[in-house]
Every structure is written in C-alpha cells, then in structure tokens.
Design a protein around this ligand. Structure first.
Ligand code: BTN
Length: 249
C-alpha cells in the first residue's frame, strides 16, 4: 500500500477520487488530501475536513464478499494500533482511542475519527475504496489527538499526520494479511480491547411493518458476518446490520 500515492492540498473528497478512478489505479493506491471541501461520511453524512485532519483513501480488492462487512473493523483496528505504535516509538503517553460500532473512533467520549468503506463488484472481485478521517491536529468539530496529548504533556508532545499515516499502512498490511488468511477471528481479541461496547446495555429501535418498536438489549459482540449481536431482556437475539441500524449509548 502507498507505493502509488496521490497528494492534494485541496480536494473534494479522497474517497470520491479513489472510487471514481478505481479501474485506472493500482491496488494499494493511496490518495491523501490536506483539506476536503466535500468530505463524505457514512450514511450520506458530511465529514468536516479542515487543515490538520488526516484525510486519506486507498484501493483494495477482495474475493470473498461474505467477509466484506468485516473489513471496516480491520481498518478501524489498524488506526487504533497505529496510533499506539507512533506514541510508543516517540515515547509519548498512550492515547486510549476506542472503536464505536460500526466504525467511529472515539477519544475520551468524543468522536475524533471515522472509517468509510465502499465497494463495487466486477470480474468476480470486490473493489473496495477505504477512507479514513482522523482529527490529528484540528480541534474542530470536536477535539483532536494533539489537543488531548498536549493536555497530558503540557504541550511537549505533538503527533505528525505523516507518521500516523505510515504507521497505519504498516499495521493494516499485517492485519489485512491475517484477515485474508485466517479470518477476522484471529484479530478479534485485539479488536474487543478497543471496543466500547462489551456488555453494554442500549436501546435499539426496530421498524416492524411501519411500527417503531424499542428493545432494551445487551451487546454481545460481532457475528461472523460482521453484524452486531445483542440479546434482549426477553432472551431474544438481535442482529444489527452495520449500515442499517444505530443506537444511543
Ligand atoms: C464517518 O465517520 O462517517 C466516516 C468518515 C470518513 C471520512 C474520510 S476522510 C477521507 C475519506 N474521504 C471522504 O470523503 N471520506 C473519507
């Protein structure tokens, strides 16, 4: 990954550039922007992309569509572990980045990053565009990694976006290899350490023939196909699709 790299000081969206030009780009191509003026989040949300935010997308191919929904979790995990690697290598205090299902990155209760994976199917392959936005040095719209790091070190430590980007691909290459050869199971233990939800009780909403039903459930984990598994007070299991459901926590 990253041997073919496009950088732009200002772009509509790295995700759009990668997705629209997928067939012309090598697998593993990366697009990085300093600012996006049409940054996209999941579910048609806008991703605010000011200077200081690490903004990038890359191309990837997968054969097995059944495990495609799990890829976004591998990407999120690589961000979490990459950040630890950078902090370790620089002797910085550890930032406790957490994953909120399906793929939001949280620090001290505030969203500081997100992952977006989109795909198309052609010639028996899934062509995936994976995009990451991480507030490294931009305090808007929430907070950023450097603001939190500076609080811990009275301004002595500062992360650079380039280091986080390089560490991400190092981690992701290794995780993607494990994921492709051994499945998500091999990464699950590490993933759940960064997960916000183990044993969490939440309210979910179900649309049953136009009627909105609410259920109090306890989150169990992920299913092998990447859904969220929860158990209701009535002992009924609920499987929530990453693109179809959300809940408050
Ligand atoms: C989300 O939290 O909803 C996902 C946000 C993903 C944002 C990144 S920034 C780089 C890439 N380009 C985009 O337009 N979106 C993704």
């Amino acid at each position: 990954f990253g041997r073919f790299l496009i950088w732009s000081p200002r772009l509509s969206s790295t995700q759009d550039l990668i997705a629209k030009n997928f067939s012309e780009l090598p697998i593993g191509a990366v697009c990085v922007a300093d600012i996006q003026f049409k940054g996209r989040g999941r579910s048609r949300n806008v991703w605010e992309s000011p200077a200081g935010c690490l903004l990038f997308s890359f191309t990837l191919q997968m054969d097995d569509g059944r495990i495609l929904p799990l890829l976004q979790y591998v990407v999120s995990l690589a961000v979490v572990e990459a950040l630890k690697d950078v902090c370790d290598s620089k002797g910085f205090p550890y930032l406790d980045l957490k994953i909120k299902w399906p793929n939001d990155l949280y620090l001290n209760g505030l969203k500081v990053g997100g992952v977006l994976c989109t795909s198309t199917y052609s010639s028996k392959k899934f062509n995936v565009s994976a995009g990451i936005g991480l507030n490294v040095n931009n305090e808007k719209p929430t907070t950023c990694l450097n603001a939190e790091l500076q609080k811990l070190t009275s301004g002595a430590c500062q992360l650079e976006r380039e280091n986080v980007l390089a560490a991400f691909f190092k981690r992701f290459e290794s995780f993607f290899d494990t994921f492709s050869n051994q499945g998500f199971q091999a990464l699950e233990e590490l993933y759940y350490k960064a997960w916000l939800h183990s044993g969490q009780r939440v309210l979910i909403q179900e649309d049953k023939e136009g009627q909105l039903l609410e259920h109090a459930v306890t989150i169990q984990g992920l299913t092998p196909s990447g859904y969220l598994l929860a158990i209701g007070e009535d002992n009924q299991f609920y499987e929530l699709h990453p693109d179809g459901n959300s809940f408050d926590f």
